[in-house]
Design a protein around this ligand. Sequence first.
Ligand code: NAD
Length: 501
Amino acid sequence: MADHYVPENLPTRIQHYIDGKFVDSVNGATFDVLNPVSNTNYATAAAGQKEDIELAVAAATRAFNDGPWPRMKPRERSRILNKIADAVEAQEARLAELESFDSGLPITQARGQAMRAAENFRFFADLIVAQFDDAMKVPGSQINYVNRKPIGVAGLITPWNTPFMLESWKLAPSLASGCTVVLKPAEFTPLSASLWAGIFEEAGLPQGVFNLVNGLGEEAGDALVKHPDVPLISFTGETTTGQTIFRNAATNLKGLSMELGGKSPCVVFADADFDAAIDSALFGVFSLNGERCTAGSRILVERPIYDEFCEKYAARAKNIVVGDPHDPKTEVGALVHPEHYNKVMSFVDIGKSEGRLLAGGGRPEGLDHGNYVAPTVFADVKPEARIFQEEIFGPVVAITPFDTDEEALELANGVKYGLAAYIWTQNLTRAHNFAQNVEAGMVWLNSHNVRDLRTPFGGVKASGLGHEGGFRSIDFYTDQQAVHITLGAVHTPKFGASASN
Ligand code: NAD
């Protein structure tokens, strides 16, 4: 008997799903999947190779070229997308249980992710029926219109931090647009992705439209990126992986959407609503185990409130409940994988020589096994410190004081990333000026990260390429062909018609 929670009917064998069937890898390759609480191997997953990607892309290509999906009326696709959302909602508890077990996310936060996954499908179901395109008239001579077409087979490559939700963020708009897809989920967390197959089948998604290939990034992911019949790749993951994919996609000039790493500032001015800022600055870096691309992992605090902020922040961080992800009281669970745990712990060690340790700094007491890290707070961190510059992607935060607005902006912008920024001040003019000058794809003023699915999502600098969200996602997965029609006489210059000829 395991000494930790194990969901009932847990699969021990995770397969690919290609052309409507669950299958193993052609060469039988597998990889081990660990549970982050015990780090024991609970399942083996099929490790997709080039030939498995070939089969998945061939199925998706057939479904695109000959199947009904790209040709359906938007309302028909929308009905199926809404059925998918219904099914995700209906399985919410099971999904959250599997997701929490596989990723180590606290169960209460995994539940939120399942609901957001369903919402992504509902949102794009609505959007696709409201989609219309431009027609431009030149009076008396021409009409031009946009003929929007799904691009083809979309390659979707996703990370492990909120697996199911992030998969839905790509699946919903690509399917709504009429593309067919090959999904390559993260190898640390393959469990929940298989659920899509049953959900899609039941909702009536035609065979071959959705294909899933599990496997390692360097094998399955790489083959998908290099496949000539996959015209676009939507990728979420680390910046260095994004750079590799960018290079590998160049040969076939693929469309790329990249949501990459972050080291986002949370800037707290002395005039801020102090308590609200503390709540948000804690949630911003310790929710989702700190494994959050938009984490406010650098807190910049104006000098007059700096000492009080550090003291209250550290006291609350020490009080955060770390423990079994399945326990509803848990606020920070176990990090996804021992490899990632070691990376985060090495930053905790580095931080001890780069800042003043106020909370955490290692394993929480009483949790001797599993990938647990106590919420860790470093103060007085200098901008050149590694823990200020590099993405840690765990429950570790750096706090730095500032004296002027200019200094705060310089600190905020002084890293290679530019994903999100959080600004706390009661001064409207300062808030807007800061928001407009901070190098971040998304800014929240006096708020933690609350998403509106209509707004652009993405980063600048090393945090990404392109924006998804709302109609921008549909733009990414479709081609906008311009069709020009002459009205009346055609006035073509008459080449070769002069008398001398
Ligand atoms: P990762 O880059 O290691 O892996 C992401 C995916 O890419 C996985 O499916 C992996 O198998 C695949 N992959 C790896 N090498 C590949 C290659 N050579 N070719 C093709 N595919 C390859 O990232 P991760 O560790 O899974 O996730 C954490 C990272 O994701 C963090 O940097 C985080 O900030 C980022 N992230 C960004 C956002 C965002 O929206 N900006 C959201 C969530 C996570």
